[in-house]
Design a protein around this ligand. Structure first.
Ligand code: SDX
Length: 430
């Protein structure tokens, strides 16, 4: 039995044998790169639901089984035993570090936690109430104008330097997006602190008081960053790859990823979930919102529910839900919204509309509740997502740059416009 699929054009009888490629895990793929040349046709797959855009060894998802692995390690084990900084190493190098490698990695990242002093001037160009995702995208894109010592995207050492700069500087930038908005002075990194403690100190410390981040909060953030670090070829990662395929500056690629992640159908959903729970206000109103979510004439969707790939529970949602419960307990917080969220989840998962469409809570459903418990304002939630996902974006960028199939991404289309017609001078138009 040959590893091919035959495509037959029944209109002409022409046919094409396409190789079937099988990865280490997951569905095989049909290599259709010669389809247009041989049969004169394009495929049509809006939203790319049946299209693999690349080969990758970084993250594996199984949407039916609710499986997520980084470099073969199950997310549940990494969430339980690893740290975000170690996961960054794993995503980039493909292996867990030895103790010595981890120490060198941590020291290397700490060498890049500062940003050029002039970069701080970029924040002041934004309105006081600018959305921090707009600020983050602008500032990260601006970094592309700074590092002329590592612009050779085909040099492995310069790519690694860029990766360390992205991972080292994103907490600094994220903290400034927040502090600019609330009128607090920027805080320099303190490399005597851990990666997460440093971020929290830059974000939450005040010149007038001593600040010590709570170990519970540090662990909760570390967990959230691990869970958000990478996720296969999602919309923002695909954006980063498409920009990278044009050989553009890597910081500009990351900025493009930030722009995509901001959408409420993607990373912006965590902020939208909190707004939705505030609007629901009380469990007695849940049914009304579920009816709106099912009403095709109503654009309202249940934020934090559904996923293009997961047709089972998002494993990250399961982990975050448990962590949320524990954190609220440890902090002695009675968060009414957590009760509403759990009741909403219970009712939705018993509702035929959601069951038939396999709509389960996703990573964004509970993450906002943890951020809120840590006094992080909702407009910062997607900034936190971007901070964590920048590790995955830069790892995927590095992988693409050495891909044997590397070429500029240039999809085609089904043209539904006007046929050829001649120009009419304006004097002759009605
Ligand atoms: C993230 O891709 C990733 O990996 C993303 C991510 C990552 O880590 O990078 O996991 C992060 O983006 C998570 C998703 C966060 N977004 C939301 O929570 C927003 C709400 N969810 C939906 O907008 C939606 O579920 C999407 C965008 C997530 C997925 O959309 P799809 O795959 O295009 O699903 P679809 O539109 O084809 O929906 C299938 C059906 C439709 O109904 P029918 O036309 O079959 O009658 O399900 C319905 C949809 O109307 N539906 C919903 C719904 N999600 C889908 N109905 C109500 N509420 C919802 N949330």
């Amino acid at each position: 039995m040959s590893d091919t699929v035959t495509i037959i054009d029944n209109r002409t009888g022409k046919q094409l044998n396409c190789p079937v490629l099988q990865g280490v895990m997951g569905p095989p793929v049909i290599d259709i790169k010669h389809l247009y040349k041989e049969l004169g046709m394009f495929t049509y797959d809006p939203g790319y639901g049946s299209t693999s855009s690349c080969k990758s060894a970084i993250t594996y998802l199984d949407g039916e089984q609710g499986v997520l692995m980084y470099r073969g390690y199950p997310i549940e084990q990494l969430a339980e035993q690893s740290t975000f900084l170690e996961v960054c190493y794993l995503l980039i190098y493909g292996e867990l570090p030895s103790r010595l490698q981890m120490d060198e990695w941590e020291t290397g990242i700490k060498m890049h936690t500062m940003t050029h002093e002039h970069l701080s001037r970029f924040y002041t160009g934004y309105r006081y109430d600018a959305h921090p995702m707009s600020i983050m995208g602008g500032v990260v894109n601006a970094i592309a104008s700074y590092y002329h010592d590592a612009t050779d995207i085909y040099d492995a050492g310069q790519r690694l330097m860029t990766a360390k700069r992205v991972i080292g500087k994103m907490p600094n930038i994220a903290s400034k997006c927040y502090r600019y908005a609330i009128g607090l002075p920027f805080v320099y990194p303190d490399n005597s602190l851990s990666y997460i403690e440093n971020f929290m100190n830059m974000t939450f410390s005040k010149p007038s008081e001593k600040y010590k981040p709570s170990p519970v909060a540090v662990r909760a953030l570390d967990l959230l960053f691990i869970l958000h670090a990478d996720h296969e070829q999602n919309a923002s990662t695909s954006t980063v790859r498409l920009a990278a395929s044009a050989e553009t500056n890597p910081f500009a690629c990351i900025a493009a990823g930030i722009a995509t992640l901001w959408g409420k159908a993607h990373g912006g959903a965590n902020e939208a979930v909190i707004k939705m729970l505030e609007e629901i206000e009380h469990p007695r109103n849940i049914r009304k919102f579920l009816d709106r979510a099912k009403d095709k004439d109503d654009s309202f969707r249940l934020m934090g529910f559904g996923h293009r790939v997961y047709k089972n529970y998002d494993p990250r949602a399961t982990i975050i839900r448990k962590a949320c419960h524990e954190l609220l307990g440890e902090m002695g917080l009675n968060q009414p919204m957590f009760e509403i969220a759990m009741e909403l989840e219970r009712i939705a998962l018993e509702d035929g509309y959601f069951i038939e469409r396999k709509l389960y809570p996703n990573v964004d459903f509970y993450s906002g509740l943890i951020y809120q418990a840590l006094n992080i304002p909702s407009e910062m939630f997607t900034v936190m997502f971007a901070l964590a996902r920048s590790a995955g974006w830069v790892a995927q960028w590095m992988e693409l740059m050495v891909d044997s199939d590397f070429r500029i991404g240039r999809p085609r289309q089904l043209y539904i416009g006007k046929e050829k017609r001649d120009y009419i001078p304006i004097s002759q138009r009605s």
